[in-house]
Design a binder for this molecule. Structure first.
Ligand code: FRU
Length: 477
């Protein structure tokens, strides 16, 4: 261990000791940082009888800083136990951030691949796109999932194609027909986003194998790419920066979505149009893994980078951001959908369940913060719900909306306004809340909206004439 690592461990532990464990908006069933800032999920996997989730972590400042990897484990993907920081920015090749990456499990060993970020000291002439930075691909292994070995530098910018800027990052690794493949996000010198696929026969030595782009240039940078097959669909996920004009004007600063892949992503392929994973305010950089029973689980960062429009008042309490609740990505009727992991329903069996068929009266529950509400058999799109007295979920004028009635940064919204999707028929809707978040799944999870919110009173009121309402209070451990 070098002297810097030793100090970083001590400083991190001190910062964690000063954390405000009872802060008003701390989440109950969503992974949050013990203190400071969290962004992308990293290294998601099942290893030695536990789920592991790492996260981009800046313990010293709730508004961000140099990133390390925080580490949590869980038995059920609902209650997460913090295990300490796993990887610190303590080497010349990752000294400005242990950036995002993934876990690959084989033969009882955990392989963690990530990007070592280096920003050279500003001499006044760096643009930090084509000059002044390094993106190194690093490997760390672990046999027990608790202690992590030394870091090996696998690739640096000179190993990536020469027509790329210095923005290459976020490796995700999988195995296919005896070979290992790694996908990374990239920005070309002419400002086009794309993904690179590398191949290896030993998990250590990697060679460029293919490059993946949309038919027409699509954004300037693809972050955190992921590739997998589920339900017969081939899915290329990417968080895209630089989409402008048209529908993007009403959306978040950056997007997170997927392309369907026709053909073979390792060879000849064609990408479909891009579809968003989530239409809400807070969703970015998702990553996925497969459970032992073959489910594809995806977790996103319930936050948004470089966002000036809205904020999170938890900054006052010394922390910011959380993960989304883990979702199963599944395919039904040829459509890619998402739903909360089924472990949640097992948890719900321990709680009060109410079924109601109200007439024209509203369904109301007061003072309940963590619940799972399902409304089925919605009639003629008649649906309106108000959460925390200021967050409206509603079908009107051919669209489904998530709308805050007060967009002030001091309000429940903390600055958020309206997000929507065009929707002809609203059939069912599921709303999963925590103390300071709401995740909405529409029509069997065909569309999802996620947002943070900061209610004084966690009331919910639903108007959905003739529909069936099921309300589950979720107890936490
Ligand atoms: C996405 C991202 C990644 C990067 C990480 C740094 O939110 O920008 O591309 O690895 O965050 O924290």
């Amino acid at each position: 261990m070098n002297a810097l690592t030793r100090d970083l461990i001590r400083l991190t532990e001190n910062a964690e000791k000063s954390a405000d464990a009872d802060g008003r908006f701390r989440q109950r069933i969503h992974l949050i940082p013990p203190v400071g800032w969290l962004n992308d999920p990293n290294g998601l996997c099942r290893f030695r009888e536990k789920y592991h989730a790492f996260f981009q972590y800046s313990p010293f400042d709730a508004e961000g800083g140099v990133k390390m990897w925080g580490h949590c484990t869980s038995k059920d993907m609902i209650d997460w136990e913090y295990q300490g920081a796993a990887l610190y920015p303590d080497q010349p090749f990752d000294c400005h951030g242990v950036y995002s990456g993934s876990a690959f499990i084989e033969d009882g060993e955990m392989y963690l691949y990530y990007t070592g970020n280096v920003k050279l000291e500003d001499r006044g002439d760096y643009d930090y796109i084509n000059s002044g930075r390094e993106s190194n691909t690093i490997l760390v292994t672990s046999r027990d999932g608790q202690t992590f070995g030394s870091k090996t530098e696998l690739m640096r910018n000179t190993d990536y194609p020469a027509d790329l800027t210095l923005h290459v990052r976020d490796p995700k690794v999988w195995k296919h027909q005896g070979s290992y493949y790694m996908i990374q996000g990239a920005r070309t010198k002419d400002d086009t986003g794309q993904a690179l696929i590398f191949r290896s026969s030993d998990r250590i030595n990697w060679e460029l194998h293919n490059r993946v782009e949309a038919e027409d240039p699509f954004g300037y940078m693809w972050e955190c790419p992921d590739y997998y097959e589920t339900g017969g669909m081939k899915i290329l996920s990417a968080s895209v920066q630089g989409l402008k004009g048209g529908e993007w004007e009403d959306r978040n600063v950056y997007q997170s979505g997927y392309f369907l892949v026709e053909g073979n992503i390792l060879d000849e392929y064609r990408l479909s149009g891009y579809r968003l994973w989530d239409y809400g305010f807070d969703y970015y950089a998702p990553q996925s893994f497969e459970t032992e029973d073959g489910r594809r689980i995806q977790i996103g960062w319930m936050g948004m980078p470089d966002c000036e429009e809205y904020t999170n008042p938890t900054i006052r309490d010394g922390w910011q951001h959380c993960f989304t609740f883990p979702r199963e990505v599944y395919v039904k009727d040829g459509i890619v959908r998402q739903r909360p992991v089924r472990e949640l329903e097992e948890r719900e069996r321990r709680v009060r369940t109410e079924h109601m068929r109200p007439g024209s009266d509203a369904f109301e529950v007061k003072d309940c913060e963590v619940y799972d509400l399902t409304v089925r058999e919605v009639r003629e799109n008649k649906f309106r719900a108000v959460l925390g007295e200021e967050l409206v979920l509603e079908h009107r004028d051919g669209r489904f909306e998530m709308r805050f009635t007060d967009q002030d940064k001091g309000a429940v919204s903390a600055g958020r306004g309206t997000r929507y999707v065009h929707l002809e028929h609203l059939e069912d809707i599921r709303v999963l809340t925590d103390v300071s978040s709401v995740e909405v799944f529409i029509n069997g999870g065909e569309y999802v909206f996620s947002t943070r919110y900061y209610p004084e009173k966690a009331h919910v009121r639903v108007e959905a004439e003739g529909a069936e309402i099921k309300f589950n209070i979720i107890l936490t451990a």
